[in-house]
Write a protein that binds this ligand. Sequence first.
Ligand code: PRP
Length: 217
Amino acid sequence: MEPIKIALTKGRTEQQVVPLLEASGINCQGLKNKGRKLIFNDDPRYDFILVKGPDVLTYLNSGTVQIGIVGSDVLDEQENSQYAMLNLSVGKCRFVLASTADFNPQQQRRKIIATKYPNITKRYFEGIGEDVEIIKIEGSVELAPLIGLADAIVDIVETGNTLRENNLRVYAKLQPVNTKLVVNRLALRQYQPQIKTLISNLQTADRQAVKSKLIRE
Ligand code: PRP
């Protein structure tokens, strides 16, 4: 049987998920000492590739990988038609509307909102019946209200350290975020037993990690 290809979001997700993969019985030797390598096949059952979050869906939608491990922020921002089959307890954080202390959410003027997530931002403001201008930023979004590019930001908060250290406040809490295992629809038919086993082992490892308080719920 061909190894199952898994696209893993590199960075924070990868760091949090590799211990779970390992606890579920997968050989992660290469992933743990990766250097600049991007593809890993230490475990004959799986080929792992490391990619950026939005690219996980590109690979998954094209069918070149069967499984993606990615944040729900990415899934919520993009059109996703694949199956999200497992919620992991890692990567839990939340979208917020944040700005400086002098921001007035009731201001009459049309607000400018900076974000890495224009679709999520658009949906939020449409939901509260407010018309805003959205500016797409690629990173360090917290700078935008400090430098005067935007009135406020929609971004992810995990520990709250970035907001605190930049004197920004939360004005509204939006949807929560977590890490999900997503399966390509066709692959689910082709590889059903292997995918089921992987999900079941990973779920057990995730529950165990929560129980032993390695992951806060
Ligand atoms: C994310 C997010 C915030 C930060 C929040 O950025 O956009 O900036 O993490 O985390 P905290 O509440 O624990 O401080 P990331 O580190 O992914 O990098 P970026 O600024 O390049 O988007």
